[in-house]
Design a protein around this ligand. Structure first.
Ligand SMILES: [Ca+2]
Ligand SMILES: [Ca+2]
Length: 402
């Protein structure tokens, strides 16, 4: 009963591991068959209302292995760009064959930091612009996330990035190696959204003199977009769309144009939020969790000036990223959030209803899942976390086997 074993181990991990939900390294992993049907009562039946959890409607195929992968993005021709935290960018075809891409900027690797997200310019087919987030070293043992863009070139000598230009930086650079956030998203209007973590320094999330703990809305060249709510304050405040975020690791638009944001809470209190222009999401003044040292934090309901999450998780799921599904292979999931779960070692499915959300199902994967993307054919692509991490393709059988 490997799956049942995994469920029990998962429950144990939730109870025993009181710190480091986002520390980037997993506890002992259970060897399981991902996606197999759980037997008996799963460990989380008390906290979710699973419908098809007992029989996940997907088949799983392993595509390739990576060393600490962090993100992926699909090219128009169906190949993928995959980042590895230590600083490698790889072109990957559907059969898993990999081509290294030269010209990646130097990254400050360690802790939660290194090479981060990858996104394509909305007009990539014309301009071949690729955007990367990464951690950049500063002076005196400081560092911060940065975003660069460059042209992807493929010729007889291989693949490379040309004309690399840093277009955005976390300010200020601070010590520590956590909570960079640095997920990237382009909107339909071509605006670039960046999630910026508070670098485990708490108060910067409320300080408009810096851009830590904020969601930023920029033009594709990194300049502040017109219409941002704090533009009159000038400086980096002109970049800010929302504030009061801890470690935001996912951004996605739903079909109605709402922007959803997923962030790691402290001990408890992972959040899925609907972002509203200029709103304050409360960190570190309010949270549904508490500090790792046991100090209590008032909850969102105690201070109505802070925008409360649509859903919060205690115990944490420790999200890596999420998508809002829109594909063909799982039509019953269109409009739902699919979350890559790290500590939860699961694919977490959340039903969205307007601005409300409820967890609908968890699919045990037996490994920390760092990243999720929707493939052009509607399959789900997952990246496991850490060393010897697999890329998995989840397809709705029988028609879509790779
Ligand atoms: Ca919050
Ligand atoms: Ca992603």
């Amino acid at each position: 009963m490997p799956l049942r074993t995994a469920c029990l181990l998962l429950l144990g991990a939730l109870v025993l591991d009181a710190c480091g939900s986002d520390a980037g390294t997993g506890a002992a992993k259970a060897a399981v068959t991902p996606g197999a049907a759980p037997e008996g009562a799963a460990a989380w039946t008390a906290v979710v209302s699973p419908d098809d959890s007992a029989s996940p409607p997907f088949a799983i195929a392993e595509v390739a292995d990576f060393d600490e992968p962090w993100a992926m993005a699909f090219l128009p021709d169906g190949r993928m760009l995959v980042t590895e935290k230590k600083g490698r960018l790889l072109l990957v075809d559907s059969a898993g064959a990999r081509t290294p891409v030269a010209g990646v900027p130097a990254v400050d690797y360690g802790g939660q930091g290194g090479l981060g997200d990858v996104a394509l310019h909305p007009k990539f087919a014309d301009n071949h612009l690729v955007y990367l987030s990464f951690v950049e070293a500063g002076e005196h043992d400081t560092r911060g996330a940065a975003v660069a863009r460059a042209t992807l070139v493929e010729d007889a000598t291989g693949a490379r990035l040309d004309g690399l230009q840093v277009i955005w930086r976390q300010q200020p650079k601070v010590d520590g190696r956590g909570h960079f956030g640095h997920r990237l998203l382009f909107g339909a209007d071509g605006k670039l959204w960046i999630s910026s973590g508070e670098r485990q320094h708490f108060d910067p999330a409320q300080d408009m003199g810096g851009n830590l703990g904020k969601i930023l809305r920029l033009n594709d060249d990194g300049t502040p977009a017109a219409g941002n709510p704090f533009a009159s304050q000038g400086g980096v405040a002109a970049q800010v769309w929302t504030l009061g975020h801890r470690n935001p690791l996912g951004l996605a638009f739903d079909a109605a144009g709402r922007l959803w944001e997923l962030e790691m809470g402290p001990q408890g209190g992972d959040e899925l939020n609907v972002l509203a222009r200029g709103d304050n999401y409360g960190w570190p003044r309010v949270s549904e969790g508490e500090h790792y040292d046991g100090r209590k934090i008032p909850n969102h309901a105690s201070a109505r000036q802070y925008h409360a999450p649509a859903i919060a998780w205690t115990p944490v799921i420790a999200p890596g990223d999420f998508i809002i599904y829109s594909g063909r292979q799982f039509p019953q999931w269109r409009g739902q959030a699919l979350i890559a779960g790290m500590k939860s070692e699961a694919l977490v499915r959340v039903q969205l209803d307007g601005e409300r959300a409820r967890e609908a199902a968890r699919y045990p994967m037996g490994k920390r899942i760092r990243e999720i993307e929707q493939a052009p054919d509607g399959a789900l692509m997952l990246l496991e976390d850490g060393a010897n991490a697999r890329m998995l393709k989840l397809s709705n059988p029988p028609s879509a086997q790779p």
